[in-house]
Design a protein around this ligand. Structure first.
Ligand SMILES: [Zn+2]
Length: 164
């Protein structure tokens, strides 16, 4: 989801959704067709589940906050496909995973971000390939002490109020 891919994207029909867009509420969002990211979870036999987070580089929106790998959905992609592609671009090869569901966040202005939640068998090493300063596995409790991307903060608040 390179933020500065706009110039090159005209040569690649699939990535013509990799553009900033303004929603009905006047927010500026990345991705004309919406965005998607994947939130990996590992559930240990004992103890709290951990989640893979990514510290966003300064070159992207909300740089310096912790979020999930993701980006713009391209033409012909499902949110799940886009989330997979973006995660591989940003943190490297992914292990097999089981998709639990997809949670849609609408900003209120008809622009949607899809959080694909998925389980993995173990905490795998995630790299900082692109747009990523650091990665790490955190419990929900840990997340409370991090500066989170607003979308992830929103997800966390929902989890805590939903009792899941
Ligand atoms: Zn919006």
């Amino acid at each position: 989801m390179a933020r500065y891919r706009d110039m090159a994207s005209t040569e690649d029909n699939q990535s013509d959704m990799d553009l900033w867009t303004v929603c009905d509420k006047g927010h500026v969002h990345w991705g004309r067709a919406g965005g998607a990211g994947v939130l990996f979870r590992h559930v240990p036999e004992q103890g709290e589940p951990t989640y893979l987070l990514q510290l966003r580089s300064k070159s992207v929106d909300y740089g310096g906050t912790w979020g999930i790998p993701g980006g713009a959905i391209r033409r012909g992609e499902t949110p799940e496909m886009a989330a997979h592609r973006e995660a591989e671009e940003e943190i490297g090869a992914l292990p097999p995973y089981r998709i639990r569901g997809t949670e849609v966040q609408d900003c209120g202005g008809n622009w949607k971000f899809h959080i694909v939640t998925a389980d993995v068998d173990q905490e795998f090493p995630a790299f900082c390939v692109r747009e990523t300063y650091a990665t790490g596995w955190f419990t929900r409790e840990d997340m409370r002490n991090l500066a989170l991307h607003p979308g992830l903060q929103n997800w966390l608040d929902q989890q805590d109020s939903g009792g899941r």
